[in-house]
Ligand binder design. Sequence first.
Ligand SMILES: Cc1cc2nc3c(=O)[nH]c(=O)nc-3n(C[C@H](O)[C@H](O)[C@H](O)COP(=O)(O)OP(=O)(O)OC[C@H]3O[C@@H](n4cnc5c(N)ncnc54)[C@H](O)[C@@H]3O)c2cc1C
Length: 456
Amino acid sequence: MKVVVIGCTHAGTAAVKNILATEPNAEVIVYERNDNISFLSCGIALYVGGVVKDPAGLFYSNPEELAGLGATVNMEHNVTSVDVTEKKIVAEDLKTGTSETVAYDKLVLTTGSWPIIPPIPGIDSENILLCKNYNQANEIIAKSHDAQKVVIVGGGYIGIELVEAFAESGKEVTLIDGLSRILNKYLDQPFTDILEEDLKERGVTLALGENVASFEADEAGKVKMVKTASQSFDADMVILCVGFMPNNELVKGQLETMPNGALKVNDYMQTSHPDVFAAGDSAVVHYNPTGELAYIPLATNAVRQGMIVGKNIKQNQLRYRGTQGTSGLYLFGWNIGSTGLTKESARLQGVEVDSIIIDDNYRPEFMPTTEKVFMELVWEKGTNRIVGGQLLSKYDITQSANTLSVVVQNKMTLEDLALQDFFFQPHFDRPWNYLNILAQAALEQANGNLRNDSSI
Ligand SMILES: Cc1cc2nc3c(=O)[nH]c(=O)nc-3n(C[C@H](O)[C@H](O)[C@H](O)COP(=O)(O)OP(=O)(O)OC[C@H]3O[C@@H](n4cnc5c(N)ncnc54)[C@H](O)[C@@H]3O)c2cc1C
């Protein structure tokens, strides 16, 4: 069996390793247009902020490792066309300019995503940068040495992590987002209010609910100002973090996609052509809270889907369990965890939910220290099925977002979580774990006995 894998970051690396583990005799040919594989973009902000000193640690595999497992790895090769009917691809060697046509039995599309570049006047000015791969991370670091005024466009987790990194390094940072709240996909307003207040106290300028209208450049072509409809911000450097588009031009019109171009896959990662698999940022996810397809580009989804491709490459044997889009974030001492639907995202997706927000100390007050945990639970009205949750604390409660992820994936109810067996030990929690307490409060509310502690 000859398998061609296009793209080798997280989904591709996981697919290659698992294909060769499942089918040691498979001929696996990898094409990657970059000169590196497996780069952890999640480390960019830590690298930019100087927390990660040696970027070598941001790679967990390399072409030699995959070659050692039996793959033929073609680095700096760009696949220029794919014909899923004829089952062949054309790849160009970027070093020599020569092209080859290769036939395959199975094709794996792990071509990932690329940052969205909005068509704003002045967007081509120098020092307007993207933040996705290793080369871009190095460019951000190199240019930041001479930049004091940094404007981040986009208040999702990538933009926010960069805001923190630059603010901690003493830069003047402005964050612009067209929506009225930061991190709006992951957290409801009471949580983002706390974080926005913190950002402002640290001197970050927030321009929320404002769209960038234009970028102005100096005579040398370097960006010097970012304009919205009502304000102007001086800038030595701008980083665009406004989202990602799947990289699926190669198969446009040949396979079924979502409207944004993400490839539709079944439970075994097969696209609408059974011999073509897709995983990671190029593909949709099966979103458990709604049961619908969604586009949630995360490394967690990429490695999981890549693994599933490998297990099913010859025959279907391991079914995808879907995702809740579970995320963790650390921002200025706040530990943040989120899974599934927020109250707002449920409303936007037309899911009828109810929610409760409470706070509680994570462990007893008789201990030398304790910290408040702010938490929200979101559940489907009528069934009490838990569809999402959020946690925020100075104490590291982020693993509880993983617990809630299990809860959502397994369609547990408020009743289940209210009585779920969790350990008690005063170092860590109370006789009732804070997740029990959250679900019990939610249950009281769902049953009509509204508690009056829903503000944080
Ligand atoms: C700054 C940042 C921080 C992030 N932090 C987190 C985090 O904390 N947690 C988390 O879960 N996720 C995080 N993510 C998201 C995560 O990085 C992506 O979901 C992940 O990279 C997806 O992996 P992938 O392999 O599907 O695609 P990609 O990483 O996009 O890789 C696709 C690969 O395919 C190659 N390719 C594409 N087209 C071709 C072609 N025609 N020929 C040859 N090669 C091709 C590309 O060069 C690339 O190497 C972060 C992303 C960014 C940018």
